[in-house]
Write a protein that binds this ligand. Structure first.
Ligand SMILES: [Zn+2]
Length: 55
């Protein structure tokens, strides 16, 4: 379990914490890579849906 600074209060929070134990903000150490992967999957799905619909 790693510790990273909270995006709100900058205190150390476990990377798997859903809320900051210090300030209570949600996803205090939200991983940018995970978000980017999610967006990438959505874009690929949208392209497939577009090709499927237009054919
Ligand atoms: Zn915090």
């Amino acid at each position: 379990m790693a510790l990273k600074p909270c995006r709100e209060c900058k205190k150390e929070v476990a990377t798997d914490a859903t809320t900051c134990p210090h300030c209570g903000c949600k996803s205090p150490v939200a991983n940018v890579e995970v978000i980017l992967k999610g967006v990438g999957v959505l874009v690929v799905l949208a392209v497939f849906a577009y090709v499927w619909i237009t054919n």
